[in-house]
Design a binder for this molecule. Structure first.
Ligand SMILES: Cc1cc2nc3c(=O)[nH]c(=O)nc-3n(C[C@H](O)[C@H](O)[C@H](O)COP(=O)(O)OP(=O)(O)OC[C@H]3O[C@@H](n4cnc5c(N)ncnc54)[C@H](O)[C@@H]3O)c2cc1C
Ligand code: FES
Ligand code: FES
Length: 1337
């Protein structure tokens, strides 16, 4: 192996700048290395998951192909690009696209102006995905925009505005969303929503402001790289790191020599399989061979038998090649190609598809492989080569199952894959089902083919390969053999299903869980294949082979991916409002341009500080155990390690306010922090953390689920209860009583920026400065002060912005801040503590899983007379905010309905799970599912629609809640009525019923959900706020307040407030950060109250200042702002003022079970329509209409953004987001690979949002807080799904009452749509095995 000194020079370009490195660390991904090599801090590219699953780190790679003399631009995930693979390429990061300093690119401008950024953490990745598309297609189609964004996650916006910004580049694009209808939404007669008097608008931005895209202005590809690529004397390059060597051969012969010398060395192509194994499975390779760009691996060769495609082709190139072949050849020959194309559209995202190669895919043989089962069914062969010569390996069952005799030899290289044409009587198909439509590994997939004796339906050869049913892709070869000679008919299908289930046995405790579902999927996919083949046979010879029944046709196709559209409506401002006054206008987020250019700074973007150390955590692996020993000696001896910090190093309280910073004697959940390691790099800290040795002795009981907590009487707080009327008596006088139980599972915040803290110990007076992304700097200050035992006035917490929070950064940063501060205190050095995605998900927990038990008494006409409801939430191991959450649950438990005799009780359960915490909606989104579920159950018993029962029981006039707070539900009624009308609910419901009659295997469902959502807190002092406003002598104004900018646009609204109050342009107003130094004791930014309370405090400060300026203005009324300010200074008038808002005077007396706990309510209604695939459990959201009572919206763009973003997050909660726990309390879901949040393809195909005007004099400018309310609107999707499932069950003669649990995942949907296939699968006796995962609600 060459020595370090012999290393070649790595050369590539970043944003037009040449980078040369002589000793790169070969296995290091791009994101970490760019900084090292450039010595320039490129902070635009974001890091969020490190596994290629989120798109935050998207960059554009440009590579020159000397063969066809073309430059190939493609998107890539920087977190998976090895630095050495960049030899000879040009990379463009968001900084290279445009910046405020130089020139903003149209992609950045439009993303910002279309309101496509909120917290901004995903924005650089979004920009790079759209930018790369435009470099290849300057006028893309809407479908290409959707495809380009498929690998990028956004947790804030709900994607609609991001897609819209991309669509502005499409040919013939216009702001008007009624495009193509020949009408315009701005035409008063064509507005679909809102009464004419209200003057509605749908113009959230002005397209005329956009700069045009001029592709000729893009940077040129560096000519030096072209010369390098065309150099005829290219030679092998070797990059030598300290522990690893990266070798790039330049000829095939050279590659074969290398492979013979280093048979164990991986051939790194896309690195999408090798990279994650190194990162997450601790694989180590001393040598890597990278034949990237080797011409012999890149070609397409067609013969009369089929096509051979070079192993170096990326999956995106494979897609293009197959697309071309399909267009050039008759359909009958390209059945395998078309099956591959279908799966290539949804396999991962475009970044991964552009990185991963055909050779890498075939050789790595992921058990979830989407392509290998189809290649096998299509009789593909692998062409391999070694020094010994060439040979072919059939890509068949034995190869996929890894049988040694069918495998590659270590010194062999895959040259290409040959895929034969399909024959005339040969049918090939690929089928898959994943938790979400795109960018999610399949739950089960399959490649199947059948060849018939010519002109007959007699099976000549049948092949079936299934993915994700075992540790490899498996074939059902025995079954296939047995069926040769059989006719393709129902009897054959029946035997096929039985025999396949016998041949492919998924054990009851199989890894990945969902065992019965996966078994069902195997035969459901088989059935789909069976129908497809029958349809095809009918087309081949309609006389001989009858077609499938008409009502089965819809079973054939998966849901298409369509570009969503919709309209957002809001009220125009009063025309008499001064032009300069921005209140009521859809002003862009104050940091939007910075988000899009990557210039917005988050904690981890802060430049390195001299002497800083990095922190890695060591967490408990047991749910409840005594720590019997803790040995840190090996960790301390690791390179770069400075210290290991344990409970003994905490100078103050280690156990503060019920929260434990470091576990000491015992651990109470998996994921509890036991110690931290501080080292000079994060890699060193992490490596050392793995060497900390902890031994445990389990303690009983180990409580994981709510059921177990109830058994053990394990609670975090006393019961909370409200009651009205005489519940017990009322049950005696009703027509019917039903009882039920609803389970709602938890949710991960999945903010794109993980918890990030920078703690800097100061040299004097025990001061400590912390920078963090938090919703509650005061709490961080409090906890750090307690941990360090220093007064709070020595602890300064600074918060500029957070990359998303959603409640997850209210309490957790305090605990993590204390842990970080203790390390900074002990080492005396600055500490950078950025949680990895997996640690973040494990340690910080999320939304409380909930169990609701109800008993409801009602009359046959649907009138509910009595309800007795009990709620239990899984609080986890420490108090956190669980008591407050259960109080909210109980208080809000009636939703929009008046039930005269109503009792609700709730308790927070203590379990051995990480402590659950605040999450958007604070218990309401979970609890209200129970209410809507019992309404649906009542409707079913009364033979009414749920909407009719809702109407009957909904609050109708000024009333008192169950806790005796008076309110007027008029806006609720309006939202409800408008929603039913404008969404044409009853007509569409009828149309859905017609559809359902005609389609047996697909069903449509609709649901309308009303909402009464309370704002604020029952504890008055939590509603207070303070602000500090300075006017400088040039007239500029600096505003600070206690609220935190989390992406919701709080600072933008505050600028609007200040601009109105002081009568100055928005450009005069600046907000820099939130800090405990400027505004002390500020309460958390949560509960939709940020703009309400801080707006009032800022307004107060402005009014104080204006009062002071008043005499000067009076004397010089025509003067300018700057003149007044200068004059005030001359007259020694203070130009700085604090503002204060005492808060809404709320109260709740739990003894009396009454109070005025909330200042006001937000009302709304949402109607959703879905289509469900009964065979797979997939669903598609066809349309959603939301009517939200916004009173007077200070900023309709931000408010609509909050509603849409929350709705999509809610939809995720109720349908696809699923946390998986082992029975021992270990969280499996630790990243985007195994926790699926919605992507662009999940949002409604049609999405209409309308802000409904009402009055709310109590709040600033009569506005309402809308940050959380949209979350529950997502439940309309859940209930629409259940409506569809009920239709399926009814048709199958099953009871239409069935458990309405959440989330309604594909598994839940499929298993509820019971049929002959669910009946056929083997079931296991639950007492005979321990399942892989359990539900904890
Ligand atoms: C975020 C993410 C999502 C994904 N989603 C999906 C999905 O939905 N469906 C799906 O099917 N797959 C999915 N994958 C897996 C992906 O398809 C594979 O990782 C990929 O195809 C591997 O190709 P590669 O070029 O990156 O291989 P590499 O990581 O470069 O190499 C993988 C292995 O193949 C060997 N190898 C590579 N090329 C050759 C060759 N020419 N000759 C001999 N050996 C070779 C290497 O030695 C190595 O052992 C996903 C991966 C990621 C990271
Ligand atoms: S950080 Fe690279 S994909 Fe998430
Ligand atoms: S704006 Fe997309 S994650 Fe926050």
């Amino acid at each position: 192996m060459p020595s370090v000194s012999n290393s070649d020079t790595l050369t590539f370009f970043v944003n037009g700048r040449k980078v040369i490195g002589s000793h790169p660390v070969p296995s290091l991904p791009l994101l970490f290395s760019l900084t090292l090599l450039l010595l320039v801090y490129l902070k635009g590219t974001k890091y969020s998951c490190g596994s290629g699953g989120c798109g935050a780190c998207t960059v554009m790679i440009s590579r020159y192909d000397p063969k066809n003399k073309k430059i190939h631009h493609y998107p890539a995930m920087a977190c998976l690009v090895p630095i050495c693979s960049l030899q000879g390429v040009a990379i463009t990061t968001v900084e290279g696209v445009g910046s405020i300093k130089k020139r903003i690119h149209p992609v950045q401008e439009r993303l910002a102006k279309c309101h496509g950024t909120q917290c901004g953490f995903c924005s650089p990745g979004m920009v790079m995905s759209i930018y790369t598309l435009l470099r290849n297609h300057p006028e893309p189609t809407p479908g290409q925009i959707m495809e380009a964004l498929g690998g990028n996650l956004c947790r804030c916006t709900g994607y609609r505005p991001i897609i819209e910004s991309g669509r502005t580049f499409c040919q013939g694009s216009t702001v008007c969303q009624m495009k193509g209808s020949g009408k315009c939404c701005m035409d008063p007669d064509e507005r679909p929503f809102g009464s004419r008097e209200e003057k509605m608008s749908s113009k959230l931005y002005d397209e005329d402001e956009f700069q045009p895209l001029d592709p000729s202005q893009e940077p040129i590809f560096p000519p030096e790289l072209i010369r390098m690529a065309e150099d005829p004397n290219k030679r092998r390059l070797t990059f030598q790191g300290e522990r690893t060597t990266w070798i790039m051969p330049v000829t095939l012969q050279d590659l074969l020599e290398l492979k013979a010398s280093y048979p164990k060395a991986p051939l790194v192509m896309g690195n999408t399989a090798v990279g994650p194994s190194i990162r997450f499975k601790d694989e180590f390779h001393p040598v890597f061979i990278s034949p990237l760009g080797l011409p012999e691996l890149y070609f397409v060769n067609t013969t009369d038998k089929g096509t051979t495609i070079g192993a170096g082709y990326s999956l995106a190139q494979l897609n293009n090649a197959l697309g071309f072949l399909v267009s050039e050849h008759p359909k009958e020959k390209t059945k395998t190609y078309r099956a591959l194309l279908k799966h290539l559209r949804t396999l991962a995202g475009p970044q991964i598809r552009n990185m991963a190669t055909l050779g890498g895919h075939v050789v790595s043989r992921p058990n979830i492989s989407d392509l290998n089962p189809i290649l096998a069914a299509g009789n593909a062969t692998i062409n391999v080569i070694s020094k010994e010569g060439e040979r072919q390996i059939p890509l068949n069952g034995p190869f996929l199952e890894g049988l040694p005799e069918a495998n590659l030899r270590p010194e062999e290289v895959v040259l290409s894959v040959s895929i034969p044409y399909s024959a005339q009587w040969h049918f090939v198909s690929g089928l898959r089902l994943a938790q979400r439509q795109e960018n999610a590994a399949a739950i089960v997939n399959a490649g199947m083919s059948v060849e018939f004796e010519e002109g007959t339906n007699t099976i000549k050869e049948l092949q079936m390969f299934f993915g994700n049913v075992a540790s490899t892709v498996v074939s059902a070869s025995q079954t296939c053999k047995q069926l040769a000679g059989r006719e393709w008919d129902d009897q054959m299908l029946n035997d096929l299903c039985q025999w396949v289930l016998e041949e492919i046995r998924i054990p009851p405790a199989a890894k990945g869980g969902m065992v019965e579902y996966r078994r069902t999927l195997i035969i459901s996919l088989l059935f789909k294949f069976y129908l497809k083949v029958r349809r095809w046979l009918n087309k081949m010879d309609p006389q001989k082979f009858p077609d499938i029944p008409a009502n089965f046709v819809s079973a054939l196709d998966d849901f298409p991916i369509v570009t969503p559209q919709g309209i957002q409506m809001f009220q125009c401002v009063d025309p008499s409002q001064p032009q300069q006054d921005p209140v009521g206008h859809p002003i862009m987020h104050q940091s939007a341009i910075k988000h899009a250019t990557g210039e917005a700074i988050y904690v981890d973007d802060m430049p390195p500080i001299d002497q800083e150390l990095f922190l890695a955590v060591v967490t408990s692996t047991r749910a409840h155990a005594r720590i019997t020993s803790l040995d840190v000696s090996e960790a301390l001896a690791c390179p770069g390690v400075v210290d290991v910090i344990t409970a003994e190093d905490v100078p103050g309280d280690n156990n503060y306010s019920g929260e434990i910073f470091f576990a000491q004697i015992e651990v109470i959940c998996v994921g509890q922090i036991v110690c931290t390691v501080a080292a000079n790099t994060y890699a060193h800290a992490k490596e050392a953390a793995k060497r900390v040795k902890i031994t445990y002795e389990d303690i009983d009981p180990k409580i994981i689920t709510i059921e177990q907590a109830l058994e053990h009487g394990s609670f975090l707080s006393p019961e909370k209860k409200i009651e009205q009327g005489n519940v017990d008596d009322a049950f005696k006088h009703v027509d019917q009583v039903i009882e039920g139980e609803i389970h709602v599972e938890g949710q991960e915040h999945f903010y794109m920026e993980t918890q990030s803290i920078l703690a800097i110990p100061q040299t004097e007076d025990k001061e400590m400065v912390l920078h963090l992304g938090t919703q509650f700097p005061t709490r961080v200050q409090e906890y750090v002060s307690a941990a360090l035992k220093v007064p709070r006035n020595r602890i300064a917490c600074h918060m500029k912005r957070a990359g998303g929070a959603f409640g997850g950064k209210v309490t957790k940063p305090a605990l993590l801040g204390a842990v970080c501060a203790v390390a900074a205190h002990k080492t005396g050095r600055p500490i950078r503590f950025i949680l990895e995605r997996g640690d973040d998900m494990l340690i910080t927990a999320g939304r409380h899983p909930l169990l609701g038990k109800y008993k409801v008494g009602f009359m046959s006409n649907g009138e509910i007379k009595a309800a007795d409801v009990e709620y239990y939430i899984n609080g986890g191991c420490t108090p956190d905010e669980s008591e407050l959450v259960i109080e909210f649950v109980v208080l809000k438990s009636e939703n929009a309905y008046h039930i005269p005799n109503f009792r609700c009780r709730g308790r927070a359960c203590k379990t051995n799970l990480p402590s659950n915490t605040a999450f958007r909606g604070f218990g309401f989104p979970q609890a209200m599912v129970v209410v809507e579920a019992y309404i649906a159950a009542v409707a079913s018993k009364c033979n009414l629609l749920p909407e009719e029962v809702k109407e009957i029981n909904m609050y109708k006039q000024t009333s008192k809640t169950a806790y005796k707070q008076a309110f007027n539900p008029e806006p609720l009624r309006r939202c409800w009525k408008e929603c039913l009308e404008k969404a044409s609910f009853y007509a569409r419901k009828q149309a859905a019923e017609e559809f359902n009659k005609k389609n047996y295997w697909k069903k449509r469902g609709l649901a309308v959900t009303p909402m009464k959502y309370s704002i604020g807190l029952p504890i008055a002092f939590y509603n207070q706020a303070a602000a500090l406003v300075h006017i400088y002598l040039d007239g500029s104004v600096l505003v600070t307040h206690g609220g935190c900018e989390l992406g919701q646009g709080l600072h933008t609204k505050i600028i609007q407030v200040v601009s109105r109050e002081l009568g100055i342009p928005q450009s005069y107003v600046h907000l820099s950060e939130t800090s405990t130094v400027t505004v002390p004791n500020a309460v958390f930014t949560a509960g939709s109250m940020g703009a309400d309370t801080n707006g009032k405090a800022v307004q107060n400060a402005c009014q104080v200042l204006l009062d002071r300026l008043h005499p000067i203005i009076k004397k010089n009324p025509k003067g300018k702002w700057e003149e007044w300010v200068a004059k005030a200074f001359e007259e020694s008038i203070s130009l700085s003022a604090t503002g204060y808002f005492k808060g809404y005077q709320t109260n709740m007396d739990w003894e009396k079970e009454e109070g005025n706990p909330y200042p006001y309510y937000v009302y709304g209604a949402a109607c959703s329509e879905v289509e469900v695939d009964c065979l797979t459990g997939a669903h598609k959201l066809l349309r959603t209409d939301i009517f939200m009572d916004a009173a007077f919206s200070i900023n309709p763009a931000l408010d609509i953004g909050q509603i849409e973003g929350a709705f999509i997050q809610g939809m995720g909660l109720y349908t696809i987001e699923e946390l998986k726990y082992s029975p021992d309390g270990v969280l499996y879901s630790r990243g985007p690979d195994d926790y699926k949040i919605p992507t662009v393809t999940e949002i409604p195909e049609e999405f209409y949002v309308t802000l409904v005007r009402s009055r709310n004099p109590i709040a600033i400018y009569s506005s309402k807080g809308l940050g959380e309310a949209g979350m529950f609107m997502g439940s309309s999707v859940l209930f629409a799904v259940y409506d569809a499932v009920a239709a399926a069950r009814k048709e199958r003669g099953l009871s239409d009452t069935f458990p309405l649990n959440s989330p309604a995942t594909p598994e839940v949907i499929r298993m509820a749509c019971m049929d002959q296939f669910t009946d056929m699968i083997p079931r296991d006796d639950p007492s005979t095995f321990t399942p892989w995962s359990i539900h904890v609600s």
